[in-house]
Design a protein around this ligand. Structure first.
Ligand code: CU
Length: 402
């Protein structure tokens, strides 16, 4: 009874906050389905075929037109301290992404949220096709920082104030480096508890991307930018992969909430009024997705029909759009590696022509960490970890050269 009332209260509160933000249309908060009609695969956005990508872009443009992006930005901002810097972080963002995806599916039922794998171009994000005009655009333009290229070209926002959608790279024309996947895997290998894993990911690989892109992306209303959902889908995938290494992680959580109360699978997620336990399986009731390269959780395996759909998506032979629009972008200035644009991610990873060292991401600013309810000491530990991993990568590269 108490939970039901809480849920009702949350929905009313969200609707009014969001109505105020959007000015006009109502922001839908659909309930989760109680089962999965079928299970879909969330994929790396750069592996979508040209038609799939265009469908995804068409849908997010319509969501923007309806004022829903403002709704997501407002909602996230209003409860930011409850969902960051504590163990609500992973589950709440998983639920938030599913909310976003379910609204996408109200417009086009076959569209699935893709993820942005920033690990591919971690040391040279300027060469990342996802940040090019062919996908979601890069830096805002000089002066007003408005995003004027890509899927969100010339978007406006109404939350927290009327403005264009902005990005403002941390070093002017460069974002600085992100985390290499090897450092992320290091965290996956060593974190034993949910609280450890959450703190290390949130204060490391997750934060640097928000700070690097800057503008709206480094604020608590970052969900006005679709790239937020693709970045957090990557974070969600990292969590799912860590979960898949120990079955108990599919039904148990630990740690604390923002009021220092213990977190369990029975703890209620802010705004949604559902327990964290319901968000622990990506392919559980209401969620109904898996990631393309993460082992499928054991429970709720797709039934036969679903598996057919799953295979159909996996075996899609459509080729990705030509990424040529990013090749003419300026070379990075001021120390994020200085490599020329690689032809593909794989080539880049094994780049044997360049003898320039990889540069690790730079430390995050303390003021910014605090404004995001993040943990300065943990961020410093993660900085040492990523520094060590990158140093080791450079040492191995040197050995290969000799
Ligand atoms: Cu967030």
């Amino acid at each position: 009874m108490a939970i039901r009332m809480l849920k009702y209260f949350c929905i009313v509160l969200v609707s009014s906050i969001v109505a105020e933000a959007a000015g006009k249309s109502v922001f839908p908060m659909p309930r989760l389905e109680s089962s999965c009609a079928h299970t879909v695969v969330r994929r790396d956005v750069t592996t979508l075929g040209a038609t799939e990508l265009q469908r995804f872009i068409r849908v997010v443009k319509e969501m923007h037109r309806r004022g829903w992006m403002d709704g997501f930005g407002s909602m996230h901002d209003h409860i930011s301290h409850q969902i960051h810097g504590n163990e609500h972080f992973f589950a709440w963002h998983r639920r938030f992404l599913r909310h976003f995806e379910s609204l996408m599916q109200q417009i086009d039922p076959d569209v699935v949220l893709p993820y942005w794998n920033w690990g591919t171009f971690w040391n040279n994000p300027l060469a990342d096709p996802v940040l090019s005009a062919a996908y979601f655009g890069g830096n805002g333009r000089p002066g007003d920082n408005c995003v004027i290229e890509g899927a969100e070209e010339r978007w406006g926002r109404n939350y927290p104030s009327r403005n264009c959608l902005t990005r403002k790279y941390r070093y002017g024309t460069s974002t600085g480096a992100f985390w290499p996947m090897r450092a992320v895997r290091d965290v996956m290998n060593t974190a034993k508890t949910h609280a450890q894993f959450r703190s290390r990911i949130e204060n490391g690989a997750h934060g640097i991307v928000h700070l690097g892109l800057g503008g709206d992306f480094e604020t608590m209303w970052a969900p006005v930018d679709v790239l937020f959902f693709m970045h957090h889908a990557m974070i969600d995938k990292v969590w799912a992969e860590w979960q898949s290494r120990d079955q108990t992680r599919f039904h148990k959580v630990d740690g604390h909430d923002s009021a220092s109360q213990p977190i369990t699978a029975q703890s209620i997620m802010p705004f949604y009024g559902e327990d964290i336990g319901s968000a622990l399986l990506t392919n559980g009731p209401g969620y109904c997705y898996v990631y393309d390269d993460v082992p499928t959780p054991p429970a709720f395996r797709p039934r036969r029909e679903a598996r057919l759909a799953f295979n159909a998506i996996f075996n899609s032979t459509e080729s990705p759009p030509s990424p040529d629009t990013h090749l003419s972008r300026p070379a990075p200035i001021g120390g994020s590696g200085g490599f020329s644009s690689p032809a593909s991610a794989k080539l880049y990873d094994k780049d044997s022509l360049s003898d320039v060292d990889y540069e690790p991401p730079r430390p995050m600013d303390i003021g910014w960490l605090k404004s995001r309810h993040m943990d300065v000491a943990e961020a410093e530990r993660m900085q040492r970890l990523v520094d060590d991993v990158v140093a080791q990568m450079n040492a191995e590269r040197k050995q290969e050269h000799d």
